[in-house]
Write a protein that binds this ligand. Structure first.
Ligand code: HAM
Length: 438
């Protein structure tokens, strides 16, 4: 018996037609805000070099340690030398920030007027995770990355953008931003020293992962979800107390702007985020009721050293990404009404061979004139085509039968009322304009 293909890899999903209205609703709002703010759109490849993510996201991150998928062609015999060199190096991207930083360097964006502010829409990312609600192996992100400004206004402006988006998609009632600062290159060693000193005294009680983190990435101990570690963390020194005065001022200014904007935030001294490139500001957005931060809707922060780390000239930067799946799940959970997608408003019904030949040129003409018009192939009878017009929600059916095809007329039928009249084919445009009041 031949195999039936009716499954999909774990942790992935199809976006079905019935769901597309949610995705488009979110996309339209995101794009509107980004363009209004003067951001430029960028799209990067789904495959990229492993070394890019190792260097940026970091060897100690869960992403690099456990989650990256490699990419290989099945046939390695016919590769040319260049492909051979790249073979073991290609992976499915786990995130977009590193790629956008790479693009900034590669395309000489340092010479553009700064800051260079870019956004990406509906970009798939791949992480080998244990699939569960809101956690997928392929998930889609929207994000913004801003290069060339260390002004606290930039950080606040990105949070404002997000806040406005949450307002527009009607989720803002219940959203809060967790925010923290983790210091810069200069003061981070001090911060680490304080943290290590504190946790060393409690090492026995820490989970195995945290004992390991204490050696390699001590700040991550702060946001461990293990209840025992969290108890110890309650008394841990706060990062804000050991960062340098410049970082303190930077952070204070962001908070002042957020206060002025009345954006709800929560100073969260345990927030450090799991990617190595962050400096200074880190933030997440979540539902207020999700106090344990199980499922962040947005994650972001500053990464002032990343461009230099990837070989570019030193360039401060800040950005964020949000996951579509988690946002769309919230829209559905809260039964937020989203607009239906616009389908055709006019169906051209064609009966007989001559009408068939005339139908597509007429559809093309009406579409060009701005009337959303279609024809349904494979249906021969008047009844079945009219039924289709009803199902598609078309307000007008234009019918060309044998006779109409012959004497250049057409039947103009108002679907709701069921009334119709035969008109000269040249007069369609006028009738449509009058009916749709355009
Ligand atoms: P991240 O926190 O790893 O940060 O991901 C950002 C958002 O993507 C999360 O808040 C969540 O909504 C969504 N997300 C992440 N992993 C999954 C998953 N497995 N399933 C479903 N949704 C997921 C970054 O990716 C950084 N690049 C953010 C950034 C941009 N920082 C600076 N610029």
């Amino acid at each position: 018996m031949s195999e039936t293909f009716d499954r999909i890899p774990r942790g992935t999903h199809d976006i079905l037609p019935e769901d597309e209205k949610y995705w488009s609703f979110v996309d339209d709002i995101l794009k509107k805000h980004c363009l209004a703010m003067g951001l430029n759109q960028i799209t990067t490849p789904v495959i990229d070099f492993k070394s890019l993510f190792i260097r940026s996201v970091g060897t100690q991150s869960d992403i690099v340690k456990k989650e990256i998928y490699s990419v290989q062609r099945l046939d390695t015999k016919t590769e040319d030398t260049k492909d051979k060199e790249e073979r073991d190096e290609l992976v499915l991207r786990p995130e977009v920030t590193a790629q956008v930083a790479r693009a900034y360097i590669q395309h000489g964006m340092q010479t553009w007027p700064q800051p260079v502010r870019l956004f990406y829409l509906r970009q798939p990312n791949f992480r080998y995770e244990r699939p569960q609600a809101g956690r997928y192996r392929q998930h889609f992100q929207f994000g913004v990355e801003s290069f060339g400004s260390d002004d606290p206004l930039t950080d606040a402006q990105l949070i404002l953008l997000l806040w406005q988006v949450f307002q527009d998609i009607k989720l803002s009632d219940n959203i809060i931003f967790d925010i923290n600062t983790i210091g810069c290159k200069k003061c981070r060693p001090d911060v680490k020293k304080q943290i290590v000193k504190y946790y060393k005294a409690h090492e026995e009680q820490l989970c195995d992962d945290c004992r390991e983190r204490l050696k390699k990435n001590p700040l991550r101990v702060l946001d461990c979800k293990n209840p025992k570690c969290q108890e110890i963390t309650l008394e841990a020194p706060q990062i804000i107390d050991s960062i340098c005065p410049e970082c303190q001022t930077h952070f204070r200014q962001i908070l002042e702007i957020l206060d002025e904007l009345e954006i709800p935030y929560n100073l969260n001294p345990q927030l450090v985020r799991g990617l190595d490139y962050y400096t200074r500001t880190v933030f997440e957005a979540r539902e207020e009721t999700d106090e344990k931060r199980q499922s962040s809707l947005v994650g972001g922060g500053r990464y002032d050293d990343l461009v230099e780390e990837l070989g570019g000239t030193p360039t401060p930067a800040v950005g964020f990404s949000f996951g579509y799946e988690r946002i769309i799940e919230k829209l559905k959970e809260k039964e937020i009404e989203v607009p239906e997608l616009l389908g055709p408003e006019v169906l051209l019904v064609q009966l007989g061979d001559k009408a068939k030949i005339k139908s597509l040129p007429l559809v093309a003409k009406l579409n060009r004139l701005g009337f959303r018009t279609t024809v349904i192939p494979g249906k021969e009878s008047l009844r079945s085509q009219l039924r289709m017009a009803d199902r598609l929600g078309c307000e007008i059916a234009l019918i060309i039968g044998q006779r109409e095809a012959f004497d250049n007329t057409i039947i103009f039928r108002k679907m709701k009322e069921g009334v119709q009249e035969t008109i000269d084919i040249e007069r369609i445009e006028k009738f449509l304009i009058k009916y749709f009041k355009r």
